[in-house]
Design a protein around this ligand. Structure first.
Ligand SMILES: Nc1nc2c(ncn2[C@@H]2O[C@H](COP(=O)(O)OP(=O)(O)OP(=O)(O)O)[C@@H](O)[C@H]2O)c(=O)[nH]1
Length: 441
């Protein structure tokens, strides 16, 4: 706990895919420091694996899946932090491990723009792991640049894979982007815990210099408007536009648009929106399919009042209008929100889960062939596998062309199953799934 406040200190760990973040989390969880740490994992991809890779400890591990922590998942992070705070007596510190594809700015921003989060937590520092061997491959990407620019502490990791001269050159390059962060050189993310936790490093003013719009949150919706509505039937009418569907939320908004926007952020983190049959006010997310041509989504209001409508895309793109009994209604207050940052759309993840046991020989052959043909495009592979004849889980890790595997905990009575995740460019899900299945014993 901090000396001056009882807000829980938070450290955000960033670093490109495979840089050594989970290795650092494991190191922190096993080191002797007397702190009880809650870990929040954000994964890119639909099959959660990181939780299996973090050593089991008494510490609590919360997992967020599905997309990028920096966009729609901000609501998820806020919700997880809220739940954590109900068990405030169980831990003294929070570690958030972001996906390697996250721009950390919006993650850090969550700790400043959400009132509830700000009251209870305090961002202590942002620690960035840099893969000394592979960082040059992704140096020009926004994610890597921002991860370095926002860092308070930078760990130049995997020092065993490069020469001292290469390390010096890389450190000089890093200092060119961020001259104030403290840089340490590490192998297997081993570092004294005091150098990464409780550094009291995060400086809002500096973050504002790095990104002048730092405190201007990104939203998972592009537009919001408040309408004063009487009880009755309305319709949201939309024409064909650039997207095949539109997510929306309709919330009672007695205190205006910006008060409702916080609730809307949480609604938009909902994984399974309801089909917009008849939309009614309430804290839920709806999705209207836009198959082409005009679409009319019925809206029912039972009580007179002010209601805020939030839409995933800007209404202009679909010529969207709210129709009432006497024609098209105008919003009395409206705002176009800063859209989410851009992602490299070609980068995706494929997660495969196959029950049963694998043949080690077939697996080696398949992976070998895969790396030969697609090695440039596969940034990251992670797997927890059940190999025939082996009583232990086999944990498999790949970063570009380098990969290693090791025996992990015994399966015991747990059903033997295999989880594998690929992150990279131009991945062919069907082909990868078929290949993985062909490795079954
Ligand atoms: N040679 C070498 N390998 C390392 C070092 N640190 C980590 N690794 C290996 O690199 C791989 C990736 O490490 P992780 O800790 O899972 O990386 P990560 O940043 O959590 O990866 P993502 O969650 O996919 O972004 C694992 O196989 C680690 O064992 C190091 O200093 N040297």
């Amino acid at each position: 706990m901090n000396a001056t406040t009882d807000r829980v200190p938070v450290t955000i760990l960033t670093g490109f895919l495979g840089a050594g973040k989970t290795t650092l989390v494991n190191h922190i969880l096993t080191a002797q420091h007397g702190k009880r740490i809650a870990v929040i994992e954000n994964e890119f991809g639909e099959v959660g694996i990181d939780q299996d890779l973090v050593i089991s400890a008494e510490e609590e591990i919360f997992e967020m899946n599905n997309g990028c922590i920096c966009c729609t998942v901000r609501g998820d992070l806020i919700r997880i932090l809220g739940n954590l705070m109900k068990r405030r007596d169980k831990f003294d510190y929070i570690l958030v491990e972001t996906t390697g594809l996250a721009d950390p700015g919006p993650v850090a921003q969550t700790f400043f723009v959400d009132d509830e989060v700000r009251e209870k937590t305090e961002l202590d520092g942002l620690v960035t792991l840099v893969d000394a061997k592979h960082v040059h491959r992704h140096w020009g990407t926004n994610e890597v640049q921002e991860q370095i620019a926002f860092a308070d502490v930078i760990l130049l990791n995997k020092t065993d894979l490069v020469t001292p001269d290469e390390l010096d050159a890389l450190e000089a390059r890093i200092t060119g982007v961020n001259a104030v962060a403290t840089v340490y050189r590490t192998r297997n993310s081993v570092i004294e815990v005091d150098r990464v936790l409780n550094v009291v490093g995060f400086d809002l003013d500096r973050a504002m210099v790095t990104d002048p719009r730092f405190l201007e949150p990104e939203y998972p919706f592009e537009w919001g408007g408040v309408f004063t509505l009487e009880p009755g039937d309305y319709a949201l009418v939309m024409q064909e536009g650039p997207d095949p569907a539109m997510k929306l939320a309709l919330l009672s908004a007695p205190d205006g648009l910006s008060a409702a926007a916080g609730t809307a952020v949480r609604c938009f983190s909902e994984r399974e929106p309801a089909a917009a049959g008849v939309v009614e006010p309430g804290a839920r997310l709806w999705e209207a399919a836009l198959p082409g041509g005009a679409v009319r989504v019925p809206v029912r209001i039972d009580r007179a009042g002010d209601y805020a409508l939030f839409t995933e895309h800007h209404p202009d793109e679909f010529r969207a209008e709210l129709h009432g009994p006497s024609g098209v209604l105008a919003a009395q207050e409206a705002h176009a929100y800063k859209p989410d940052h851009e992602h490299d759309d070609a980068v995706s993840s494929v997660g495969i889960t196959v029950p049963g046991e694998l043949s080690e020989e077939k697996l080696n052959e398949w992976l070998g062939g895969l790396l030969q043909t697609q090695g440039q495009d596969i940034f990251r592979m992670k797997g927890v596998l059940a190999v025939k004849g082996d009583a232990n889980r086999f944990v498999f890790q790949g970063v570009h062309m380098l990969f290693d595997g090791r025996a992990d905990r015994p399966w015991g009575g747990a059903p033997r199953t295999n989880k594998l995740i690929f992150i990279g460019r131009n991945l062919d899900r069907d082909k990868l799934t078929e290949g993985f299945r062909s490795c079954l014993a």
